[in-house]
Design a protein around this ligand. Structure first.
Ligand SMILES: Nc1ncnc2c1ncn2[C@@H]1O[C@H](COP(=O)(O)OP(=O)(O)OP(=O)(O)O)[C@@H](O)[C@H]1O
Length: 240
C-alpha cells in the first residue's frame, strides 16, 4: 500500500529522539485508479492494434505525442484486425512530454477518465509499461476542426461541415461549461481548433483538455497549457 511513515525506536541504547524512517512506497496503479471504465492495456496490444505504429495509421502529431488509429476489442483488451471491433485513437507520448512521475501521470489519466460528457472525447484506457506512456480514446472519424480549416486536401471544408459549425460552437461551449462545473473545477486553457474533434455526424467534442501541465494559480483549479486563456482568469487567477 502506498504510504510514508516513521517509527520511533524505544530501545535501551537508542537516543530518545531516534527515528527510523521507513522508505515511502508509491501507491500502486490499483490504488490510484478510481475511474471505473478506464482500462489498462499492454504495450504489445496497442502496438499490434496500430500495426506497429505504422505511418499509414497516423492521425496527427503534436508537440508531446503522435496519435494513431487502431482497432481493439474493448472487452477482452486485445488488438483486432482493421474494421473489426472498436476503432480507437492511440496517443503515444514522446520524450518532450513534461517530466512527471508515473504516479502523477496515472493520477492525471484517472482524473480525465472520470470526466463524462457528450461533448468531451471519451477516454477508454491507458498503457504505462516499461517507460511507455500511451492513452487510448474515442476515434473521431472527421479529425480536428483545424484539419478542416487548414488542411483542405485531406479534409475538405464541406457544406455539411459549414452547416454544422454553428452547432459545433454550442457543443464546445457545453463541453467547456461541464469542465468548469467539475470538482476540482477545470480551466481549459488549451482551447484551440486542433483540440476540437469532429465525429461522423459532425458533432464536436473537446479533446486534450489537460495533457500538458497543471496550472496552479488557484489550488481549486486544474488547468492545462497556453493556447487560449480566459482574460478574467489570467487577470484574477480565479475562474467560475
Ligand atoms: N481521437 C482522435 N480521433 C481522430 N483524430 C485525432 C484524435 N485525437 C487526435 N487526433 C489528431 O491528431 C492530431 C494530434 O493530436 P495531439 O493531441 O497529439 O496534438 P495537438 O493537440 O494537435 O498539438 P499539441 O499537443 O502540440 O498542442 C490532432 O490535431 C488531430 O488531428
Amino acid at each position: 500500500m502506498g504510504a510514508c511513515f516513521s517509527v520511533r525506536l524505544n530501545t535501551e541504547n537508542s537516543h530518545p529522539d531516534s527515528e527510523l524512517i521507513v522508505t515511502s512506497v508509491p501507491p500502486s496503479e490499483a490504488e490510484i485508479l478510481q475511474a471505473e471504465n478506464l482500462k489498462s492495456f499492454r504495450f504489445n496490444v496497442l502496438q499490434e492494434a496500430t500495426e506497429k505504429f505504422h505511418p499509414n495509421n497516423e492521425l496527427g502529431e503534436g508537440r508531446f505525442s503522435t496519435v494513431y488509429k487502431g482497432w481493439i476489442d474493448e472487452q477482452s483488451r486485445v488488438a483486432t484486425k482493421p474494421g473489426v471491433g472498436t476503432a480507437v485513437a492511440v496517443k503515444r507520448f514522446n520524450k518532450h512530454y513534461p517530466s512527471q512521475s508515473d504516479q502523477d501521470w496515472l493520477a492525471d489519466m484517472d482524473y480525465f477518465g472520470q470526466l463524462n460528457h457528450e461533448n468531451l472525447v471519451k477516454y477508454i484506457g491507458y498503457c504505462l509499461e516499461g517507460g511507455h506512456r500511451l492513452l487510448v480514446y474515442e476515434f473521431m472519424p472527421r479529425g480536428s476542426l483545424a484539419n478542416h480549416l487548414f488542411i483542405s486536401e485531406r479534409f475538405s471544408l464541406s457544406i455539411s461541415f459549414l452547416e454544422a459549425s454553428d452547432k459545433s460552437c454550442s457543443w464546445c461551449c457545453k463541453g467547456l461549461a461541464y469542465l468548469h462545473s467539475t470538482q476540482p473545477k477545470m480551466i481549459n486553457v488549451y482551447f484551440k481548433s486542433s483540440n476540437i474533434l469532429i465525429d461522423s455526424d459532425y458533432n464536436a467534442k473537446l479533446s486534450d483538455f489537460g495533457f500538458d501541465k497543471k496550472k496552479k494559480i488557484d489550488p481549486e483549479f486544474v488547468g492545462a497549457a497556453n493556447a487560449y486563456e480566459a482574460h478574467d482568469y489570467l487577470r484574477t487567477g480565479r475562474g467560475g
